[in-house]
Design a protein around this ligand. Structure first.
Ligand code: FEO
Length: 397
């Protein structure tokens, strides 16, 4: 299937309605996704990115049936991750001499994935490819989010092709940002940023400033996942700027796991304490073993503080909490506060272990945490409420 998005520019990607796990099982895709590939036809024809390799046969067949395959003069590989480069092997079998434009890191990554010596043309920021009446300008974007990542910009039509940046995992036949449900779109954009781009926020800010300084008009942004931004396309760029600056809302997330409900009761009483002290703050509770971890990461991204709880088990913490600590360590959140809590029966190491994990993850501890022996009674739950009030006081905006 192909869709004309502007005269001479076609979307030739694949909408994947079925996928529910991405990056192995690392990223949940509740709303599916798309792998966007674009064909730009001028005096020369250029294919920008491909689709994930389970769809490579269909992708190449479609290009062949439409007569476009033999017209391709250049291939652009903005990013070597296989959701975008996966069809290159099948494609290049058919058009082996066509040059593949990518960054020098892209050459390494593509060779590392496919072990082929295609006709690579490494490019740098500012270099251009003449298509006849228009040019494609290349903009390296290292670590947004791989070393090889690159954007390209089409002059005359003023279209930015930023690959993963500004994308989101949504399957839709509607194609454009103004046609889809806006709440769903926002949720998928912020989830994508929180879970994928948070570690690279400084680079996001720098790259956006660099792009703004090029003073190029932008009529459309065509990322490699989800919708094409045609209505006020810079809205997503502005959101990225906001999110890249240690973003937080007036929210506290309480994330926990529990064995016999003692730590759950603590979580709920702490929440009551926070709410009684500060009516303006939004408090959300998540049992991490029953909640999608990427959704919880998105809530932590929006939070000014994270309270993390686990009972003690085998001198340690519950495995879902341990996994979550590893998740947030890798993301490297900045300027967020935190505290630990949990019940115990005898050895009672959980709070200290969570404190250590939170500090390693870059959170500022608000207290030594709260640990309670056995199942909390009314008095102990009052202690939890008091703990919540103290957290509210220390985080009041
Ligand atoms: Fe959509 Fe980094 O791949």
């Amino acid at each position: 299937m192909k869709r004309e998005i502007k005269k001479g520019i076609e979307w030739v990607g694949k909408v994947d309605w079925e996928i529910r796990e991405f990056h192995g099982a690392e990223y949940s895709t509740h709303r599916g996704t798309s792998y966007n590939s674009y064909l730009v036809k001028d005096k020369k024809t250029v294919l920008i990115d491909t689709v994930w390799d389970p769809f490579s046969e269909e992708f190449v067949e479609n290009l062949e049936k439409s007569g476009d395959l033999k017209e391709i003069d250049y291939v652009i590989a903005n990013h070597a991750e296989v959701d975008h480069s996966g069809s290159l092997a099948r494609l290049m079998d058919r058009i082996p001499d066509v040059p593949v434009y990518c960054t020098s890191n892209g050459v390494k990554s593509l060779k590392g994935h496919f072990h082929k010596d295609w006709n690579f043309v490494p490019v740098k920021t500012g270099e251009t490819l003449d298509l006849g009446s228009k040019k494609l300008m290349f903009i390296e974007a290292p670590m947004l989010h791989w070393p090889d990542s690159m954007f390209c910009y089409l002059t005359e039509d003023n279209i930015l092709f930023p690959n993963d940046a500004f994308g989101q995992h949504i399957a839709t036949e509607l194609l454009y940002n103004d046609l889809v449900d806006q709440a769903e779109l926002y949720q998928e954009c912020i989830k994508y940023y929180a879970n994928i781009l948070t570690p690279f926020s400084r680079l996001v800010e720098k790259k956006i400033n660099e792009f703004v300084n090029l003073d190029l008009p932008v009529d459309m942004i065509c990322p490699s996942h989800g919708v094409v931004w045609r209505d006020n396309p810079l809205q997503i760029v502005n959101k990225y700027m906001e999110w890249s600056k240690n973003y937080q809302e007036n929210q506290i997330s309480i994330v926990y796991d529990t064995m016999w409900n003692g730590t759950r009761k603590m979580a709920e009483s702490i929440a009551e304490g926070i709410e009684s002290k500060d009516k303006s703050v939004r408090v959300k509770l998540y049992n991490i073993s029953h909640t999608d971890k990427n959704d919880v990461v998105t809530e932590v991204f929006k939070s000014k503080a994270l309270l993390l709880g686990s009972p003690t088990i085998n001198r340690g913490i519950l495995s879902a909490v341990a996994g979550f600590l590893e998740e947030i360590r890798g993301l490297g959140f900045k300027e967020k506060k935190a505290a630990a809590f949990g019940t115990y029966g005898w050895s009672g190491e959980s709070v200290k272990m969570i404190n250590d994990g939170l500090e390693k993850a870059g959170f500022e501890l608000l207290s030594e945490g709260l640990r309670l022996l056995w199942n909390p009674d009314a008095g102990m739950l009052d202690e939890c409420e008091q703990f919540g009030k103290e957290i509210a006081s220390k985080t009041e905006s």
